[in-house]
Design a protein around this ligand. Sequence first.
Ligand code: NOJ
Length: 578
Amino acid sequence: MTLPQDIDMTPNAMAANDWYKDAVFYEVFVRSFADGNGDGIGDFNGLRERLDYIRDLGVTCIWLLPMYPSPLKDDGYDIADYYGIHSDYGTMRDFEDFLDAAHERGIRVIADLVVNHCSSDHPWFKDAIERGPASPYYDYFVWTEDPNKYSEVRVIFCDTEPSNWTYQPKVGKYYWHRFFSHQPDLNFDNPEVQEEMLKIMDFWLGKGLDGFRVDAVPYLIEREGTNCENLPETHQYLKKMRAFVEQHHPGAVLLAEANQWPSDVAEYFGKGDEFHMAFNFPIMPRIFMAIRKEDRQPIENIINLLPEIPADCQWAMFLRKDDELTLEMVTDEERDYMIGEYARDKRMRINVGIRRRLFPLMERNRRAIELMHSLLMTLPGSPILYYGDEIGMGDNIYLGDRSGVRTPMQWNGDRNAGFSNSDPSRLFLPVIQDPGYSYQGVNVEESERTPSSFLNWLKRVLRIRRDNPTFGRGSIQFLHPANTRVLAYIRTYQDDTVMVVNNLSRFCQYVEIDLRAYDGWTPVDLFGKIPFPKIGELPYLVTMGPHGFYWFRLVPPTVPKEHTVEAASGTYPIPADS
Ligand code: NOJ
């Protein structure tokens, strides 16, 4: 077994049940990452062969998009068999080999689990249609004769679905679906459905999977007179799910996909008895807004609305992922602003969001993109990176649905970007060829050999983050300098204190920060280990370049060596009470 030098494989680190607090996640679409058998579609063997790349990037946990048998009408979020591997991606053995190979490298793996719905191709639904109420699976779904039932519920895929009900002629009733009509919702009022899901989780966790990103959790239960989202009964079931995992697979993580307003998202942590992690949907669009407005208000305002979360819980921070940049949970005014700034061309929009990758969104503005990563890495939570964003991949807004941000990974300048050795026309999606983003220039090989590439920059940043557990575990205290173009905060964990200062503006700024509480301390820049002038009683002056940022360790006044202790993060005075 080859152990990477830069991952802590000590039994304590690998066994810690709250490993997700220090993790760096990487979202991978098996289909898009690497094709091992030359059929034009990515697969587990291809992904396994690229694990060293993922490890060397500094990733410690892979998140797989659904890999189960599926008609792929929603790229696998339409599951036809919860216990298998899609034949396009390989065999169960290939999956197991991949999992072992990831674990050998100290990389954990979580996978998407779609609990809210299945595919209309799933045998449960087929049988329910075939035999109607006589089928043991009929009650696995939600039926009605009255399509006006649950009329207060929004339609999420509003570009394609006119209603959450679709008529099933053979049954003579309508069935309920919160997403596409080929994705019938499962009926979580049925205890058998509840049990089925636990069995499925048990199966995959038993294989060694390290957890699940649980899809679309707010919609499990329906009740008349409500919007059928975030209902207490849904939370009750999710708590059961967590208890099951704790009992049978301690150490596995559950990550909630709940695209909701701040207080509703935070509910998915429960009292530490529901999800370990939840995507920080509220903050994501506000990062884009704050940078375009050159003002910290959007970020500060939303953070003020986010409740404290239980001690063992963690936000999943992200800038982009496989879905559109969703604008469902912003005000009308904020939505108009975002569309106006980031999606002027109609093709960039889908449902209530923007289907573009990070680099095109930011017009390849390297400084602004680095700044966004400063926020991603230093605001409370664990970062999630989206495959391809680390090399600055572009998108293709002329492809349907969200395919434009799910194109083949660009490995080199060869045929099919090194993704596959199939004929180009056989690829499941075309590679990006447009000037500025073409695989000939934007690819892993090129990024790796260019010392100043974004990829190499990101690797360094991830190393700094890894060496400083304070970012994943520390508390946060916002500083409120008069210059609102600057967002500054202090992160504290045990005896370590780090100050982060971000210039959201495209122009130089100076900022005066009240740091009297640290009188006599020295800020040391974490990138170059450069000590800055000591903090005094007067406001601390920092000058910043366009979109610049600093990560400073605040080092207390020197004390004689015999009065200090060595910690992973530096040398500190012995606390007074020891
Ligand atoms: C949420 C997933 O992120 C999205 O990609 C999918 O289309 C819907 N759930 C429906 O499954």
